[in-house]
Unconditional design. Sequence first.
Length: 339
Amino acid sequence: MTSMFTPKPDRISVIVPTRDRPSDLADLLLTILDQGCLPFEVIIVDDSPAVTARRVVDSFMSRFESHNSTLKYVKGSGDGLTAARNLGVEISEGDAILFLDDDTLLDPNIVSSLTTFLRDNPIAIGVQPNIVSLTEDCDDLSLAKKLQNAIYKVFLLEYYEKNKLTVRRSGATVFPSVLTRVISTQRLSGCCCCYKLEVFSELRFDTNLKRWGPGEDLDFSYRVFKMHPRSLYAVPHPKLIHKLSRKARLPTKLLVNMTTIYRSYVFFKDIYEGSMLNLMAFLGAMSGNLIVTVGGLIVKRKSRSEWFALIYLLESYATVLRHLRNIRMGRLDFFNKNL
C-alpha cells in the first residue's frame, strides 16, 4: 500500500524537546539561524524540572523575529520526550514537522532540503538527513570497528551497512555506515526526522515511553512504515551532527533498565506479530547483547566499577522476565511509577 498523503508542505514547524541542556540548545538555535531559509516556526518544549531553557529562548527571540521566523517556548509536563513531542504537535501551525534533539547541529539548508523533498515526492510521508556522530565516524571503520560490526550482525544486534536503514526481526536496526544516495527506509532516527503534518491525524508518540524513551523513534516511525510502506526516506545531503551530549544523562543503572524494558515493549508492540522467528531473533539478540557486553569488559580491561553495567543488564533481564505479561499488554506502571 502506498501513501495517500499528497499535500505539498511549504511551511515547516521545528519541534525541539529539551531537558537541562541550555548550552546545547543555544548551539542548536545558532545553526537554525544559519539556515538559508528559516523554518516557519521553532517550538521549544522545556521538560526541565526548572525552566532552564526559558532564558535561552528569550535571548534568541528577537533574532528569529528579524528573520520572519517565530520562536515559541512552552513548558512541558515533565513526562519525557514523547509527551513533549505530542505537545509540540498540538500547538504547531506548519505543513510539516521537523523533530530535533537539543544536542544536534544543522548543516546550512537542511530545513529547506527536507521541506523540498517532501514537497516534490508526494509518496513520501517522512524523511531524515544524513546523520553523523561526533563520537564515532562510521564512514571509515577501523579494523576493530569492522570486527565489532560483524559480531553485532551475527548476534542480531544493531550494526552498520552502506545505504541501508532497516529493522531486523530482533527489533535491532541496521544503520547506514555511509549514505551516498536517497534510500527508502523502514524507520527514521529520532534525533532528526521530518513528517508531513497529516500523519499525526493517525498517530501520536507513545507516552508509555518516559524521559528520553529509548526506542520511541523506532516505535513511531515503524508504525508509519507498516501503515504506509515505501513512505520513509533518508537523503545523503546535507548532514546533521548528533553530538550525543553527556549533559543531563540518566544514571547508568536506570538507563540500562529503561533501555531493556522499553525496547522489549516496542518489540512486542510493533515487531513480534506472533512470529516465532521474530521471537527467536529477539531472544537471540538479548543473549548476544549479554555476550558482547561481557566480551567488551574483558577485552577492553574495564575497571571493576564498570562491571556494574553487567549486573545492571542482568537485573534488567530479570525484570523483563518477571513482568513479561505486563510488557506484552502495554502496562509499564511497574517501572514508570518510579521515574
